[in-house]
Design a protein around this ligand. Sequence first.
Ligand SMILES: [Zn+2]
Length: 230
Amino acid sequence: MSEVLELWERACVTPPAWRDDALLGEAAPASLSARNAALLTLRARLFGAVQRLRASCPQCATALEFEIDCAALARALGPASDAAQTHELRAEGYHMVYRAPDIGDWRAAAESADFASALMGRCIVRCEHDGAACEPESLPDAVADALSNALDALEPGASVDFDLRCPDCAAQWSAPLDCGAALFTELRARAEGLLVEIDALARAYGWSEAQVLALSATRRAAYLQLVGAV
Ligand SMILES: [Zn+2]
């Protein structure tokens, strides 16, 4: 349980864009799908594999809840891509050499007004049209779309989505999951609950934080009941 408090504390003092790194620690991978897999694996280790998620229907706003197995999902995200490895795409006279985006590209693109084209620009290593070098910004829409699809295909686990169907109006949509943000929300709720428990038992018995955390969950619950804190 002290791990929950330590992770929460570390993540709290970290700007949101870097919070996933605070959760994953020094071993935070650069690959976007490996990061999602690591966050889901951490979630399974801290709170169990079954994760309840909520979404609301974009058409009628009905709230729905669904369960995922985050350990199984982490395994299913596929291999991490290697941003050092290059790939080639030829379309409409263009020849592009590109690589998979990693978290550094993602963060840099997020600071740009046009995320998608900024990300693409960073991932194009070389771009030629009819044998002459050209700028990634000059790509026609169809070629840019083909490249965008190729980048997505390199690392499908870079984004996690669930296909949902509204039980009320039958609308169907794809709901994205921000694995790091969802984990931080859970961590914060659990940490705040723990602090309330520590506070109650420290006041009642004079125990230290470490002493309260050393109690088993069953004993802690029993003492909390005794002091009327639950
Ligand atoms: Zn609906």
